[in-house]
Structures are given as structure tokens and as C-alpha cells.
Design a protein around this ligand. Structure first.
Ligand SMILES: Nc1ncnc2c1ncn2[C@@H]1O[C@H](COP(=O)(O)OP(=O)(O)O)[C@@H](O)[C@H]1O
Ligand SMILES: [Mg+2]
Length: 260
């Protein structure tokens, strides 16, 4: 693996005064946030509050109506090769095996040119990291939902991103597989030195995974906004700190009920 680009504590992404919408409609407004290098930030909120819209804006996939996003110290106007995305659907190419799917993103024109051997090495490392070395030659149709999402995660990691954008990546999985994937994600991004913006509507997922939680909410007829923030300094694994987890959970539910 290559050395990480940023120093510890440096900012990976920052946004200020961000407003994003579609056509004349504003969906999220007044968004200012930072994500530090190696930090796991969860964007938590109910369905329709604008989480995916915000994630797309922060990733350079949707233009901002106003405000700006900066990534690795530069203005971000389009998707960046050092950022990767994972969605709810793994979106694997059915005619490529696991290895082919994981290597696929490395062929994109915007990716830096890397030597063939280094590319192969990255793919193998990423597949091992998600625990699929034994399935490297399997095709998507032969994989379970959880395995397919592991491939999507490996595909993202193989790009050695500074920041991983993940939009409800585990929402389609059963509860047991989801819990495994949450643990895997934290383990992987710690080992890979990757920051994460994880979008979720699942309070428990946010508490188990996040270093920091940003709560989004929307009032009728208004754009979605970030209304509260919690730094989660409970040690990991969090399920061993039931009292702290329960306390934070109640605090979040209370904030949701009060609309902030
Ligand atoms: N491509 C689009 N065009 C127009 N409106 C959209 C589009 N995508 C989302 N919206 C609207 O933006 C609002 C927020 O959607 P979204 O960001 O998907 O919320 P969330 O991810 O929190 O469920 C919703 O009212 C939705 O209908
Ligand atoms: Mg969404």
C-alpha cells in the first residue's frame, strides 16, 4: 500500500454554506461540515430529509446551488479519484468475476495510471481484506447479498481512497449480515486509513460505527439541514458499552422528537 497523502488530523473534506437541489427546488441548505482524515462521520436522518442529495453534492456528483466543497485542500467540482462510493446496491458487473469487479474501477480514465502488477496487488489485497480470497473467481450470481456488498467495498478500497462515501450500504442486508458488515467496515477503514461519510437512517448503525454523528432533519416545506452533532467517544467494540450506547440512543431519539 502507498503511504497516505494527508497527515493525521488533517481535513479530508470541508463544505460551507452548501445548498443543493434539483431544478428550482432546494433539497438541503445551509450545510457546513468537515470530515477529518481517518474520521468516520455518520449522516443520520429519516427517509427523504436529503441525505443522498447531500452525499452526492459532497462527492461532486451533483452541482451545488451555492456554497462550496473542498477535498484534500482543493475545490471539488467533480468526482475525485481519491474518493470512492458505495451504495445500497452493489452494482456488480455480472459478466466479471470478483477479481474483475474489484479491479474494474482502477481502469477508469480518471484513476492515476498504475503498473499492471501494482494494480493486481491492490485487487488481491482488497479482496483478502473483505474476506473473499476464496471466492475471487466467483461470479456475482454465485454470491450472497452480503458477499456482493463485500465486493463493492473491496472495489471502493482498491482505489485507496482518502474518503469513502457510503450511502446506506447495508440497508438491504439482513440484520446479522448487517452487523458483520458494520464491524468489517470499521476494521477496514482503520486499517486502510480511510475517512468515511456513512449515510444511514439506522440510529444503532450510526452509534456502533461513527466517530461523529450529524443528525439531519427536515421541516415541512423547508430544505433539510444538519440540526445536531454528537462526538461519539465510546470505546470499540461499542456493543460492550451498553450503557453509553443506550444513553446516546435516547439522546438522539429525543433530538429527533424535538425536531433538533
Ligand atoms: N433526482 C431528483 N430530482 C428531483 N428531486 C429529487 C431527486 N432526488 C431526490 N429528490 C427529492 O429530494 C428529497 C430528498 O431526497 P433524498 O436526498 O433521496 O433523501 P434521503 O436520502 O434522505 O432519503 C426528496 O423530496 C426527493 O423527492
Ligand atoms: Mg437516500
Amino acid at each position: 500500500m502507498t503511504a497516505p497523502v494527508l497527515e493525521q488530523g488533517a481535513t479530508a473534506l470541508s463544505a460551507s454554506g452548501l445548498r443543493i437541489g434539483y431544478g428550482g427546488k432546494t433539497v438541503v441548505d445551509d450545510i457546513s461540515l468537515t470530515i477529518d482524515k481517518r474520521e468516520i462521520v455518520c449522516l443520520l436522518g429519516g427517509s427523504g430529509c436529503g441525505k443522498s442529495t447531500l452525499l452526492r453534492g459532497l462527492a461532486g456528483l451533483s452541482p451545488a446551488q451555492s456554497g462550496n466543497v473542498s477535498f484534500l485542500g482543493e475545490p471539488l467540482l467533480e468526482p475525485h479519484p481519491r474518493a470512492a462510493l458505495v451504495f445500497q446496491q452493489p452494482s456488480l458487473l455480472p459478466w466479471l468475476n470478483v477479481e474483475g469487479n474489484v479491479g474494474f474501477g482502477l481502469d477508469f480514465a480518471r484513476q492515476p495510471a498504475i503498473a499492471r502488477d501494482a494494480r493486481k496487488q491492490r485487487v488481491v489485497e482488497a479482496i483478502e481484506a473483505v474476506g473473499l480470497a476464496a471466492r475471487a473467481h466467483a461470479y456475482p450470481a454465485q454470491l450472497s447479498g452480503g458477499q456482493a456488498q463485500r465486493v463493492a467495498l473491496a472495489r471502493a478500497l482498491a482505489r485507496q481512497p482518502e474518503l469513502l462515501f457510503a450511502d446506506e450500504p447495508f440497508s438491504a442486508l439482513d440484520a446479522i449480515t448487517r452487523a458483520e458488515m458494520q464491524t468489517l467496515l470499521v476494521d477496514l477503514v482503520h486499517r486502510w486509513h480511510t475517512a468515511v461519510l456513512l449515510v444511514t437512517h439506522d440510529i444503532d448503525e450510526a452509534i456502533l460505527v461513527a466517530d461523529r454523528i450529524l443528525l439531519m432533519a427536515v421541516q415541512p416545506g423547508q430544505p433539510g439541514k444538519i440540526v445536531r452533532e454528537w462526538k461519539v467517544d465510546l470505546p470499540r467494540p461499542r456493543h460492550e458499552y451498553a450503557e453509553g450506547v443506550a444513553g446516546l440512543r435516547l439522546d438522539i431519539i429525543k433530538a429527533l422528537r424535538e425536531g433538533a
